[in-house]
Design a protein around this ligand. Structure first.
Ligand code: UDP
Ligand code: MG
Length: 328
């Protein structure tokens, strides 16, 4: 039997509406697992407060005071879901043998935890939770999300299809992840690069039971751009291909222009000219933008700014507090 102290890591951003219910359901689940000897009695639920503007942190502190099963990590400011998750994993990895990450809205079925833990005991280090269907998502969310995976794949960012950040990782897998020191960390793309034996668990994705999605379309698009530019250089390569094709076109146009010239019909062609100018201008700007994205990335990487700062880490049986617990 592999050692089995489980830490559930949950990023929370303005989640006061869902947090009490999430905590209650998870506690039930944890007690069940403890009773079944699937996990150690020292297991914990850790909420990562990602700079919420509501009472999320107060709630976490209160829960921690009442029950040592709950712990909390307070980030100094909002750093986004990926960084919050990373902060959680990096902070708890020295205490835990197993870490399961999930969203605070319990859209991911906590019933799948049993199967994840079973796979862990069979020697698997990374178990991805994969949605078997998206029945409860709105048509718009479903379409945009599916588009997202297709575009990502085409542009060279190969991620696990329909897997959000609901996954189990063993201690050594998280330690492996810690070796990826890039500042622009795109977890879903990087974790498959960590390697180690991995497997999948399928579950139905439920509805967010309260509150609003913290991932509107704008955030999703920027998330996709982040993912693509931090995982692959294919967009730059596509620009090169595009440039080459346009060059071929220009040779055709050159020949065509000469033919027209010698036929003495040089005035016509204003339309073609206008269209070409706009099209090529647009393409140049677009290409510059893509190259710029990468240069921006390089700029941020060279600065080596911390990905997150932990203001407070609530953890431990006697409510001991570790202030300024970490910076990474
Ligand atoms: N989240 C976060 N920081 C942010 C935005 C979201 O920690 O800046 C958390 C949020 O609290 C939730 C998870 O990320 O636990 C997923 O967010 P949400 O459920 O709103 O996304 P959706 O399920 O709609 O894609
Ligand atoms: Mg959600």
């Amino acid at each position: 039997m592999r050692s089995n102290i489980l830490y559930v890591v949950i990023p929370c951003y303005n989640e006061e509406e869902v947090l009490p219910e999430t905590a209650r359901r998870l506690k039930e689940k944890m007690e069940c697992l403890m009773a079944g000897k699937m996990i150690s009695r020292n297991s914990k639920i850790i909420f990562v407060n990602d700079g919420s503007k509501d009472h999320t942190w107060d709630l976490i502190q209160e829960m921690h005071r009442e029950d040592a099963l709950y712990g909390g990590i307070n980030l100094t400011r909002n750093r986004g879901h990926q960084n919050a998750l990373l902060a959680g994993l990096m902070t708890v990895k020295e205490y835990a043998d197993i870490m399961i990450s999930m969203d605070s809205d319990l859209q991911d079925d906590i019933g799948a935890m049993d199967e994840m833990l079973k796979k862990y005991q069979e020697g698997i280090d990374i178990v991805y939770g994969v949605r078997s269907s998206r029945k409860t998502d709105t048509v718009f969310k479903k379409a945009t999300a599916e588009c997202f995976y297709e575009i990502m794949k085409f542009l060279g960012a190969d991620t696990v299809f329909n897997h959000a950040d609901y996954r189990l990782m063993s201690k050594r897998a998280v330690e492996g992840l810690a070796e990826f020191t890039e500042v622009n960390l795109f977890l879903r793309g990087v974790i498959p690069l960590v390697g180690y034996p991995s497997d999948f668990v399928y579950y139905e994705r439920g509805e967010r039971f309260a509150g609003k999605s913290k991932y509107p379309l704008g955030k999703m698009v920027s998330f996709a751009v982040e993912g693509i530019t931090s995982l692959s250089i294919r967009p730059i390569r596509l620009i090169t291909v595009l440039g080459f094709l346009i060059f071929l076109m220009s040779i055709v146009m050159l020949i065509y222009s000469f033919v027209r010239h010698f036929m003495g019909a040089t005035i016509v062609g204003w339309t073609t000219l206008m269209i070409s100018i706009w099209a090529i201008g647009g393409l140049i700007l677009l290409s510059l933008g893509v190259v710029g994205e990468y240069i921006g990335k390089i700029y941020l990487e060279t600065k080596r700014r911390p990905r997150f700062l932990v203001e407070q880490f609530l953890h431990g049986t006697d409510g001991e507090e570790e202030k300024n617990a970490g910076r990474r």
